[in-house]
Design a binder for this molecule. Structure first.
Ligand code: DSN
Length: 408
């Protein structure tokens, strides 16, 4: 059966390589079991108690259970917050939020993609940029948010919605400052915490929920759940959000994924999860300082969270070449634009590195030191005739083979 071969080959790839893609992680066996379960067979359009098909008694319980856990993970009170656990993934979740809060053509302000934003934060090739009038803020030349500058832009543009959140910003986000800006112009505030949700859940990043009207997160990044997303909203907005998710945008919810989200939320409520998130940050900070010691440049000089951006703008080639050689030796990363990018998004000047996946495998300081060494060696090897790539590949294999992927 060819599908088994696909699974076997991909399992081998995941076992034998080191994943430093900041948005990837390894879900637990329990999460995987839930996602692969018979709930995949069931149609359940609607919401608990209000379905369009019969046979949803157990499904209703699953959805209520997952919602309850989702609120608990972020310490949210049921009389103030609601959660929708049906979004298929981050993009439809963002789409649903825009549909709920905005009218076509409304002005929205968000972080530009090339400075660490996201396609669905209004890029012109995305539905978001086509349907709404996005203006973008950026980071300063030093790579940090300049909150005064963003506030100035908000006053000039008077958006109806301000979006906070990023995919490649390595510093803490001051959600309170964004709230102040939103209040000054009467805007809604949305936090896309897809990258940092696990850190927030563990109390290791300032909480957005004191400030925002709506927050969304994918569930498969630092949260370590199944692919999917959830939307948290203040109670008064919840009916509009629910309507926008279904029937506005989606059809039948993926109940198997909803169950997987519930399993991940249960895991996120454990002390082990908090310890894991601490190690994710420690590993990112240690990896960053090791790379710096080896003479490489890190945007903002370090990190407060799970990721760092390697600035390779002084190197001979674009980051695509470095991504390729790293993959050749078994270190999987993604090329990324950096603030003030001079090259193209297809071959930018940065590499984004994240530690959620390697930390799940149990790697720590020793391994971060080794990985920094290997990355530096590989970057240095580019363009050198007769460079011994096989030696680095072997070292990655040895390191990788010491850490299980299916860990519990
Ligand atoms: N593609 C994700 C990331 O890598 O950050 C965001 O959706």
């Amino acid at each position: 059966m060819i599908y088994k071969e696909f699974i076997e080959r991909e399992s081998r790839r995941q076992r034998e390589t080191i994943t430093l893609i900041a948005s990837e992680n390894y879900a637990s066996k329990n999460v995987m079991e839930a996602v692969g379960s018979i709930f995949s067979n069931k149609y359940a359009e609607g919401y608990p108690g209000k379905r369009y098909y019969a046979g949803n008694q157990v499904v209703d319980e699953v959805e209520e259970w997952t919602k309850d856990l989702g609120l608990r993970v972020f310490g949210l009170k049921k009389d103030e917050w609601c959660v929708n656990v049906q979004p298929y993934s981050g993009s439809p979740a963002n789409m649903a939020i825009y549909l709920a809060l905005l009218s076509k053509g409304d002005k929205v302000m968000s972080l530009k993609l090339s400075h660490g934003g996201h396609l669905t934060h209004g890029h012109k090739v995305s539905f978001s940029g086509k349907l709404f009038d996005f203006v973008h803020y950026g980071v300063g030349d030093d790579g940090w948010f300049d909150y005064d500058e963003i506030a100035k832009q908000a006053k000039e543009n008077k958006p109806k919605l301000i979006v906070t959140g990023a995919t490649a910003y390595s510093r803490q986000i001051d959600f309170g400052k964004f709230r102040q800006m939103a209040d000054e112009v009467g805007a809604y505030l949305l936090a896309d915490i897809s990258h940092i949700a696990g850190l927030i859940a563990a109390g290791l990043h300032p909480n957005c929920f004191d400030w925002v009207d709506v927050a969304m997160t994918t569930t498969h990044k630092t949260l370590r759940g199944p692919r999917g997303a959830v939307i948290f909203s203040r109670k008064k907005l919840a009916a509009d959000i629910d309507k926008a998710v279904f029937p506005g945008l989606q059809g039948g919810p993926h109940v198997n994924s909803i169950l997987g989200k519930g399993v991940a939320f249960e895991e996120a409520l454990t002390e082990e999860f908090v310890e894991y998130q601490k190690k994710v940050i420690e590993n990112a900070q240690f990896l960053s300082s090791e790379l710096t010691d080896l003479g490489l440049e890190i945007v903002t000089g370090g990190t407060d969270n799970h990721l760092l951006l390697l600035d390779l703008s002084d190197k001979q080639y674009g980051a695509g070449k470095y991504q390729d050689v790293l993959e050749k030796i078994g270190i999987v990363v993604n090329k990324n634009t950096i603030p003030g990018e001079k090259r193209s998004p297809l071959d930018p000047s940065g590499i984004r590195l994240g530690t959620p996946a390697v930390t799940t495998r149990g790697m720590g300081r020793d391994e971060m030191k080794k990985i920094a060494f290997l990355i530096n060696q590989a970057i240095g090897g580019v363009g050198q005739d007769g460079f011994d790539w096989g030696r680095l590949e072997k070292e990655v294999r040895i390191l990788s083979s010491r850490f299980q992927v299916f860990f519990r």
